[in-house]
Write a protein that binds this ligand. Sequence first.
Ligand code: 13P
Length: 341
Amino acid sequence: MDLAALNAVATAMVAPGRGILAADESTGTIKKRFDVIGVENIEENRRDYRELLFRSAGGMEHISGVILFEETLYQSAVDGTPFVDLITRAGAIPGIKVDKGASKMAGFPGETITKGLDGLSKRLRKDYEQGARFAKWRAVIDIADGVPTWGAIKSNAHALARYAAICQQEQIVPIVEPEVLMDGAHDIDRCDEVTRWILQTTFQELYEQRVALEGMVLKPNMVVPGKKWQRPVSVQQVAERTIAALKATVPSAVPGIAYLSGGQSDEEATAHLDAMNKIGGFPWKMTFSYGRALQAAPQKAWAGKRENTAAAQAAFAHRARMNGLASLGQWSPDMERQQAA
Ligand code: 13P
């Protein structure tokens, strides 16, 4: 393992003013997104949609890395240019989602364990050849009555750490993603408690599995109440609670934090990131690794029609620029009104 090289990639992934585009929806997940805009989930449409993102110069300017689903990593644009080349030319680093999804965890009703460790080393070697320099693995922690349990927390943290160790062995930077879901009616205190629990356990496991923290990126949720929670919580409160939870659990050797959006609205995800960077006082870079919060707007503008390509690219460029500014703590709500050209 060449840790200096891993650290250089991890540092580039969280470079100031830029963040990660999570375009790694599995075939099943992209179907859900396409269903909303009335687009058929066939390979050609998936290619056309992702091509318009990667060819958006205005958007890619603010993107440090792109997480791809396996199909996309090995796919080419209409003119035959491999997607990895388009992404690299745009100045971003290609990455690959390598987990095989969260499935029901035997013995733990209502909880899941993420699959995908079998054969991982071999897959990573092939992905590296194809141009991938980082990977992603997502553990899913739900909040409900009596959930999560220690058994599920421990097993998911362990799998994340084994994945991260294998990535580093193959010279790939692991994005370690323990996601506490924001479904449900729980308050912000409960999210705070569970977020600290999974982060604390994940870093203990990373230590036990000898993962070099300098060569990874953490992708956590923010500390927010569940979507069904009724009382309002301020942007400042989310920012302060998230920073405090991370300070208490994440070692400063980690180069950067790239948050998931997890179902927050586009503007909420931007406002929260911006508020954290305005507060500052933490040892890591803090940026975005958004899926929905970067893509909902371009998907709506595109709606599967070629003639909407430029409008979709403008919508993507706008969200990418807003989040790039938020990663510097330089965003303000009035900028949302000045749609990018
Ligand atoms: P969201 O930002 O839509 O939560 O997606 C990020 C991601 O990669 C989840 O694994």
